[in-house]
Design a protein around this ligand. Structure first.
Ligand code: GLN
Length: 552
């Protein structure tokens, strides 16, 4: 046994893979279970990475509607990927690349391209072995240089779409040592009418998995409460695993508590023993304190933030919710998000806006909801409510300034009104000739120069920042002088491009052309979100009159 705990890649261990599949139904939180397992291994000192397999035909998530699929997450290399990758980055504290999101579209595209190039000359190109080989190659490459790679297969076992991937895993298993692989299957354990935990759906989905040649090593039962001993025994007996290999994953109020909860049942120990890496782990006492301290930190204050968007679905703005949570951890504050539908600004949603301590206008595409977003910006500006505008929200702030402060009637974004007399937001010049929609925006990490003496500098405590982008439109250079003639300053720029805006004489008014939410982590909150939260807290303490303090 090593005297010094290992904390990096140990080539003598061999690369380890944990494949995570899901049964019974989607939306069980399979990604969170997988990410939590990864977190525990990282807590034990291993280098962990993840691959998300999405069995859809889209090459990437970039063209998918957030309504159907939740937000499109953006990686530093510009990859537009499934939101589960956001969870992996946040849970594991790593930066991933597009190679970590394998889709049917990507594999078929490369196999078909290779066929056209003549790489298989003379051969019949088939799902087995050509597509399955491509899948295995992608997984192995993404795992390179790490100790453990978690591979999550999207969808539910039994779906036609996931068949080539599961077949690739079956082949993978026959090519690698047993000790280097673990199959984890996450299923639903529902309750009967009389409150009994039912194992039949789990049994059926394991049967389905076995019919394609995969035997799970670990079963995780998603359920309202912890699995009862009897439930575990029954699952073990019917699914051919030991009782120690059955774990509970009950509902918790905060996803960041899942690692701690599965740790309590010993999931980390079991996984490490099965993979033969237990001896290289940090001593148990040194493992999860940092994570535990972060996610259980007291939050003795509460602020409310109005999020003015158009997709009435929390997943569509997942990274913003998480970034607010991270700022909340840093400032020991609970952040409550009030959903405001930009299309319903004139009914009860206006009241919600008015009751919030601060306002966020997030990113988005297309015309719907923009009128309401512009109204929300105006409300924040005129009532001196802390405001954070992200991407489209930044653009809406420019339009609001042009119309209501500079009197440029009809000012708009060319994306929304291409006949506007004042296109203060216009298409990026390099975008003009582009017709394809997939992967063609200005994407990924780019550096912004920050002007000295500004709010942006105070927030970032630096003269530059590198944040992730996803946009096709920008501030029209022809209007910059006019826009800056009053209280507005573009305090962050990247050459010709305006990246950050702020207003003087306002407690906190900040817009960013980029998406700072994608770099936010539980232990590294995003500066604009922390700055915004500080402004809310300051506002709250200003509102507390001495009289309140006496009665409090
Ligand atoms: N639709 C805007 C653009 O393409 C904003 C994009 C966004 O909010 N991500 O520039």
């Amino acid at each position: 046994m090593p005297t010094e705990p290992t904390t990096g890649y140990d080539p003598t261990l061999g690369k380890k893979f944990i494949f995570v599949t899901g049964g019974v139904m989607s939306g069980l939180g399979k990604g969170i279970t997988a990410a939590s397992t990864g977190r525990l291994l990282a807590n034990a000192g291993f280098d962990v990475t993840a691959v998300k397999v999405d069995p859809y035909l889209n090459v990437d998530a970039g063209t998918m509607n957030p309504y159907e699929h939740g937000e499109v997450y953006v990686l530093k290399d510009g990859g537009e990927v499934d939101l589960d990758l956001g969870n992996y980055e946040r849970f594991l504290g790593i930066d991933m690349t597009s190679d970590h999101n394998v889709t049917t579209g990507k594999t078929y595209q490369s196999v078909i391209d290779a066929e056209r190039a003549g790489d298989y000359l003379g051969k019949t190109v088939q799902i087995i072995p050509h597509v399955t080989d491509d899948i295995k190659r992608r997984i192995r490459e993404a795992a390179d240089g790490t100790d453990v790679c978690i591979v999550e297969i999207g969808g539910t076992v039994g779906d036609i779409e996931s068949m080539p991937f599961l077949e690739a895993l079956r082949q993978f298993a026959s090519e690698e040592d047993d000790e280097d692989l673990l199959f984890m299957h996450v299923t639903l354990v529902p309750y009967s009418m009389n409150g009994e935990q039912k194992t039949k759906p789990t049994q059926h989905s394991v049967k389905e998995l076995r019919s394609i040649g995969l035997q799970p090593d670990i079963l995780v039962g998603r359920s309202e409460h912890t699995l009862e001993a009897e439930t575990k025994t029954k699952i073990a007996r019917f699914c051919d695993v030991s009782t120690e290999a059955v774990f509970s994953n009950p509902d918790v109020p905060d996803i960041y508590h899942v690692p701690l909860m599965v740790e309590e049942e010993g999931l980390d120990e079991y996984v490490m023993e099965q993979l033969g890496i237990a001896e290289g782990a940090l001593p148990k006492a040194d493992r999860s304190q940092r994570w535990r301290e972060l996610v259980t930190r007291d939050r003795n204050r509460t602020v409310t933030v109005a999020l003015v968007g158009k997709y009435g679905l929390e997943d569509a703005y997942m990274s913003i919710h998480e970034a607010l949570k991270h700022a909340g951890i840093e400032r020991e504050t609970d952040v409550e998000v009030l959903w405001v539908d930009a299309d319903r600004m004139h009914d009860e949603h206006t009241e919600r806006l008015e009751s919030a301590d601060g306002i966020i206008v997030p990113g988005g595409f297309g015309a719907r909801g923009t009128a309401g977003k512009i109204e929300a910006v105006q409300y924040a500006r005129e009532h001196e409510i802390p405001f954070l505008g992200l991407c489209l929200g930044f653009q809406m702030a420019v339009i609001e300034q042009a119309r209501n402060v500079l009197g440029l009637e009809g000012a708009h974004s060319a994306e929304i009104d291409n006949e506007t007399p004042h296109p203060v937001i216009d298409i990026l010049p390099e975008q003009k000739e582009i017709d394809d929609m997939g992967g063609t925006m200005r994407l990924g990490a780019h550096e912004t120069q920050i002007q000295a003496g500004t709010l942006a500098e105070a927030i970032y405590q630096a003269d530059s920042c590198t944040e992730r982008h996803r946009h096709r439109y920008e501030v029209n250079p022809e209007y910059i002088d006019q826009l800056e003639s009053g209280a507005l300053t573009f305090s962050g720029t990247a050459g010709r491009r305006m990246e950050i805006l702020e207003l003087e004489d306002h407690p906190f008014f900040l817009g960013t052309q980029f998406h700072p939410e994608f770099r936010s982590r539980p232990d590294r909150a995003s500066p604009p979100f922390v700055g915004f939260l500080d402004a809310l807290l300051e506002q709250q303490s200003d509102d507390t009159t001495p009289e309140d303090e006496v009665t409090a």
